[in-house]
Design a protein around this ligand. Sequence first.
Ligand SMILES: [Zn+2]
Ligand SMILES: [Zn+2]
Length: 351
Amino acid sequence: MKTMNAAVLEEYGRFKWKQVDQPETADNEVLVKVAYAGICGSDQHIFKGEFHPRTTIPFIPGHEFAGIIAVTGSKVTGFRAGEHVAVDPIIWCGKCPACLRKHYPACSSLKLLGVDVNGGFGEFINVPEHMLYRLDPSIPLHHAALVEVLSIGFHACKRANVQKDDTVVIWGAGKVGQSILQAVRTKTTHTVIMVDILEKRLNLAKSHYSDIITINAGIENPVERIREITGAKGVDIAFEAVGHHTEIGGIVNPVRGCIQSIRGAGTVCVLGLGDEPLPLLMKELIWREAKIVASRVSHGEFAETIQNLEKGTLKPDALVTDILNPDKIQDGFMMLEKEPGNHLKILLKFA
Ligand SMILES: [Zn+2]
Ligand SMILES: [Zn+2]
């Protein structure tokens, strides 16, 4: 059997860059030579053992990656060696009530490459043909590796039904919040506000999108400020990408803050995977006859994301703070743990 190098999570909290067996490529699969892979918030949970027993060790994570096809299986018809591809990591069952309605992100047994089965933090990975998206070679491969995380933003926009001229607030300027910002800016030229308590994250967003308004919730009351900015009306759509239940600036929890941010008949779209229940005052929602929708992973938005990358309407470099060699993966995870304000997307560079 051939071997390759991969970043193996040998125990929770400890990666080792080491030689492993390279699995055989099945008839319906291609062997992708990974070029770049991104470290996601879910990977941080996997690293710390917080997804156990969904994840087991030893394990090779990595669900945000792109590369070049090295080998194609005998039944692969749509792709050939040498093509650049991004990989949609979602594996749905096809049988549950959500899948029967073709609503795959809500699959009751949804699995992801790199979460439930070995992923892209290695030199090579076998991927079934139907999970591949072709990219024009003019798109740099380190941008191609961001298609997955950017597609999360486009999916959230679809779930919230962002329209031209909508006003938007995004609570949370982390990787997800900034991906939403990129997608939102392809849809509306109107007011976009970002809320966070980490000034560096807000500045990062602002340095690439100078027309947004940022609110540091550690300094100002975000809800009051949003009402001021919108002439007391509230925004059309609020996205919650904070991901915990703690009150922001000691004032209001993120979801309730989103509800208080919107106009009557507005929409709140929640993405943050907090582990704690959080209190809402339902009449704040009912008086507005507002809508709360949830958004998880993406669903076909890879194509829309790639089109936008090709058109140059996105700013992929705005998401990336660091590019590391994969043997430095342990350092990458420690940087994210210790200095969350200084690092957004860390890419591992394989090729
Ligand atoms: Zn991810
Ligand atoms: Zn299903």
